[in-house]
Write a protein that binds this ligand. Structure first.
Ligand code: GLC
Length: 716
């Protein structure tokens, strides 16, 4: 084990600024442009060693063994002219050695503390591997499940996404950034990337400023308030100006309004892509516009290095702008303790996930499971007899890890977990299909035979990991390939069927669900997805997950989301001339916030502490929640409000709070939410954030489509 053994003692802010001033005064323009350049690491070649000695790179990302990282850092600290350390970045999105559920699944837990713990474990594993900085959390709001990257974020709601963003930042960055097991976080992709037209990745976004501020910016602001060290500028064009050249979002909002003092890295070649956007005339113009906008560091493309000097010599760029960009990079390097060569054990190879980490992954996977349908088939009695497990996703470690997984070490598949729980002889397994693109029905007969020989059937359906994540948009949301046909054939065997769906997005499976006694949505649940699913199915755990993204009945409804405006002709089934479709209901298959339990909860005594509140005041809302079922269970109680009239139309519901209750059978608990009128503020046409007096409604409810309405007023 090789250790970098210089004690990490980060300096106080003023001392850091003095050190940066002193460094900047000694740096050449070339060394400054080097700090603003990030390369993919690959392997530590002699050319790379020479470049590091010359100060060519401020950061390397995504590769290099831990030992190579240690050597490269020693070269930077000891052999470069000014000894400025490298900062190593990597995509640690939902775990490094230990793979947690994909973020969209984690969000369904509505458990920020558990999510924070997952980031803490990821930070420990990443820092031990010599990584200083993760390109996470991804906090893009997404209302279009055709977009493959919906998997990486926390869904459609800014309040949930903000809570998860803050949790992830605290988990990654720990108590102090310079602790040996802390890593810098990076809120991405700043901003609006999830609004890509047509759900097509990298596509154009048109986002009115009030929507940008009310929805897309909110989780990024939460990351700032949690003390995040960095942001990543996005690929997409926002209202005509690409995010990686956008002075409004990068300077006015991030710097002037939010006072962010860390640094911004571009997404992969996003600086150079300003040319393809039709925003920059050439590489020099791209460098100019990105630096002017406030992108501190260029990922992979080399327009800054190639053109920075010419821009300064031509007085197109003031060297002060360069200095400010470098200052913000150095500030994070100092805060991380990198100049003190922070103590980083450099393990010889990838460390296996610890038992503690796997237990945390199991718990988060369990809390992320969403029970969408249950006609009493679940929980399944352990005395059930023989269980037929059908579907390739029951036994695919790579797929259950999901997009951006750094490996599937320690993974336990559902098949293995059920064999462990019930014994090999009671579990009959048939893949049915080789994979999601298998067009052959050859495997159907064995699947039907297994169903006939069993007492109950578990059908594992969904998406392979390759259909999820970056550059993975789908025009359809159905279960890929012949999976629906497989489900139909297996159901004909006449045995009770339960569907377990693994996917990186909401999918449409109405006809399949009709044939199932129960449907459990497991997302891509990570390493411990198998034990978590088996525990839920067999009743050792009670599903409590709830959706943080709306599930459409069909892709034709997209975009469909709960916090929509009412329109002048809100949809009414019996009224022709209202906002709806002729050929499908206007309601979703499953609404935001929805999820069933093995128990049953009743909400009552919903009330506000007063019928009205003055602008500037507070109001408390309360309800009783009772577990009227037969088992102990968790319930995620949600708090929504609605403004009925004001200077701009507001959504029919907006989430303003949530609480997780654990209730024993028969137990009733009062739950309260305190609301200040500031929580009801919105951006008026003049972009002023203010709370309009007037009539409001509120709900304390199990999901966004139910609950008893409370009326109240805000008065001057
Ligand atoms: C990719 C992704 C971004 C990732 C970066 C580095 O293109 O858009 O999320 O962090 O490049 O891998």
């Amino acid at each position: 084990m090789v250790c970098l053994t210089i004690a990490a003692t980060a300096a106080a802010p003023a001392e850091i600024e003095r050190k940066i001033d002193a460094l900047l005064a000694r740096m050449t323009l070339e060394e400054k442009l080097g700090q603003m350049s990030q390369a993919g690491f690959g392997r530590l070649t002699d050319q790379r060693r020479a470049e590091i000695r010359k100060g060519r790179w401020g950061s390397l990302y995504g590769g290099g063994t831990p030992a190579e990282k240690a050597e490269a850092q020693q070269i930077a600290l000891k052999e470069s002219r000014l000894g400025i350390p490298l900062i190593y970045g990597q995509d640690v999105i939902h775990g490094l050695q230990t793979t947690f559920p994909i973020p969209l699944g984690q969000a369904a837990s509505w458990d920020p503390e558990l999510v924070r713990q997952s980031a803490r474990i990821a930070a420990r594993e990443a820092s031990a591997a010599g990584i200083h900085w993760t390109f996470s959390p991804m906090v893009d709001i997404a209302r279009d499940p055709r977009w493959g990257r919906v998997a990486e974020g926390y869904g459609e709601d800014p309040y949930v996404a903000a809570a998860m963003a803050a949790a992830m930042v605290r988990g990654y960055q720990g108590e102090t950034l310079d602790a040996a097991d802390s890593i810098a976080a990076c809120a991405k992709h700043y901003v609006g990337y999830g609004a890509a037209e047509g759900g097509r990745d990298y596509n154009t976004t048109w986002i009115p400023e009030n929507l940008l501020r009310e929805v897309y910016l909110k989780p990024f602001r939460a990351a700032k308030d949690a003390g995040i060290a960095t942001y990543m500028s996005a690929f997409n064009n926002i209202n005509g100006v690409p995010a990686s050249g956008n002075e409004f979002t990068l300077r006015q909002v991030l710097r002037d309004e939010w006072k962010f003092d860390g640094f911004v890295v571009s997404d992969y070649t996003a600086v150079h892509e300003l040319i393809a956007h039709g925003y920059a005339a050439d590489a020099k113009d791209a460098a100019f516009k990105a630096i002017r906008a406030g992108v501190n560091m260029e990922m992979v493309s080399t327009d800054y290095w190639d053109n920075g000097k010419a821009l300064v010599d031509a007085k197109q760029l003031d060297v002060k702008t360069i200095d400010e960009a470098v200052r913000e990079i150095l500030r994070i390097k100092f805060r991380l303790g990198l100049f003190d060569g922070r103590t980083q054990p450099v393990p010889s190879g990838a460390q296996a996930p610890s038992a503690e980490a796997l237990a945390a992954a199991n718990k988060l996977a369990a809390e992320s499971l969403v029970l969408l349908k249950n006609d009493g088939a679940l929980p399944m009695a352990k005395s059930v007899g023989k269980v037929a497990i059908v579907g390739f996703l029951a036994d695919s470690p790579r797929d259950q890890s999901g997009t951006w997984a750094n490996g599937s070490a320690g993974t336990v598949t559902p098949l293995a977990a059920f064999r462990q729980a019930l014994g090999e002889s009671r579990v009959l397994y048939a893949r049915g299909l080789r994979n999601g693109s298998d067009t052959s029905r050859d495997g159907f007969a064995a699947a039907v035979e297994a169903a006939r020989a069993a007492d109950v059937v578990l059908l594992f359906l969904g998406e392979e990991a390759s259909l999820s994540g970056e550059a993975s948009s789908r025009a359809f949301l159905n279960l890929p390939g012949l999976q629906e046909d497989l489900a139909a054939e297996v159901a004909k065997a006449g045995k009770p069927c339960v569907a377990v769906i693994l996917a990186g997005r909401p999918t449409t499976f109405h006809d399949v669900a009709d044939k199932m006694k129960a449907v459990l949505y497991a997302w891509h649940p990570g390493a411990m997805g198998g034990p978590a699913i088996a525990s839920a199915i067999l009743g050792d755990a009670v599903p409590s997950g709830k959706l943080t993204i709306t599930f459409p009945r069909t892709v034709g409804q997209v975009p469909i989301y709960y916090n929509h405006l009412n329109t002048g002709r809100p949809p009414a089934a019996q009224e022709k001339f209202t906002s709806k479709y002729l050929d499908v209901s206007f309601t979703p298959e499953y609404p935001f916030g929805y999820g069933l339990s093995y128990s049953k909860f009743e909400y009552s005594a919903t009330k506000a502490s007063a019928p009205q509140v003055k602008v500037g005041g507070k109001l408390t809302f309360s309800a009783d929640v009772a577990n009227v079922g037969a088992v102990e269970a968790d319930e995620v109680v949600q708090f929504y409000t609605r403004q009925l009239a004001g200077s701009v139309a507001r959504p029919v519901r907006e989430l303003k709070g949530f609480q997780r209750l654990h209730l024993k059978p028969g137990e009733k608990r009062a739950v309260t939410f305190t609301l200040s009128t500031d929580d009801l503020a919105s951006y008026n046409p003049q972009m002023k954030l203010a709370t309009d007096p007037g009539a409001f409604e509120a709900w304390i409810a199990p999901d966004s489509a139910s609950g008893e309405k409370i009326e109240f007023a805000v008065v001057r």
